[in-house]
Write a protein that binds this ligand. Structure first.
Ligand SMILES: N[C@@H](CCC(=O)N[C@@H](CS)C(=O)NCC(=O)O)C(=O)O
Length: 217
């Protein structure tokens, strides 16, 4: 039995981020599906894994952690010799990867999540109409971030160098969801961003996450 356990839902972008990393690292794991519609993530025993009541939760033997980006960084360093390398041993290359990991978390993710909330989460959970003002505000914010990505991708093939890293991987779930919304124009109108999106969403690891999601839904 695999010692790694992921607790969550494959429709959750944060859970999907961890699953994509596990497939990149070619690691066996057990998936513990939480019934989020019935608020299983807000109750024990899940609250003992993540007291904030958000998925994913993660266990590896005696280690229990949460926060998807902390989990991927643990997997990439603890299992450095397995699967694809997603971090670097070189301190300068590692610092560049950390920089773009932070960029994703602090600059890309807030407007990216707000747009997927407006276009996808609201209709799915009956939370009201898409708000055009919120869409316009967050598209403007995301557009400014993607202008910086367009420039960066003129210097290197991926965000943090010429090889795929965690900095790229962290974007995949949200990018995938936004491609199904009118906000996809933000990616498509920037040629280098568009090519990068095509490349990262075509990773076999992401195909496996989508297959799992289809199987669990
Ligand atoms: N920063 C956290 C975010 C986790 C998060 O927002 N999870 C969402 C699903 S993608 C969730 O559990 N939402 C339900 C809730 O907040 O009650 C991470 O990256 O793990």
């Amino acid at each position: 039995m695999a010692s790694i356990k992921v607790h969550g839902s494959p429709i959750s972008t944060a859970t999907a981020r961890v699953l994509a990393c596990l497939y990149e690292k070619d690691l066996e794991y057990q998936f513990v599906l939480l019934d989020m519609k019935n608020n299983e993530h807000k109750k024990e025993p899940f609250l003992s894994i993540n007291p904030f009541g958000q998925v994913p939760g993660f266990q590896d033997g005696d280690l229990t952690i949460f926060e998807s980006r902390a989990i991927t960084q643990y997997l990439a360093s603890a299992y450095a010799s397995k699967g694809n390398q997603l971090l670097s041993d070189d301190p300068k290359k590692a610092a560049i990867i950390s920089t773009w990991i932070e960029v994703e978390g602090h600059h890309y993710d807030p407007p990216g999540v707000a747009l997927s909330y407006e276009y996808l989460v609201k209709p799915l959970f009956g939370l009201g109409e898409t708000d055009p003002a919120a869409v316009a505000e967050n598209e403007a914010k995301l557009g400014k971030v993607l202008d910086i990505y367009e420039n960066q991708l003129g210097k290197s093939k991926f965000l943090a160098g010429d090889t795929f890293s965690l900095a790229d991987l962290h974007h995949i779930p949200n990018v995938h969801y936004l491609l199904a919304t009118p906000s996809k124009k933000l990616f498509e109108s920037r040629p280098r961003v568009n090519a990068w999106v095509a490349e990262i969403t075509a990773r076999p690891s992401w195909g496996k996450v989508l297959a799992l999601r289809n199987q669990k839904l």
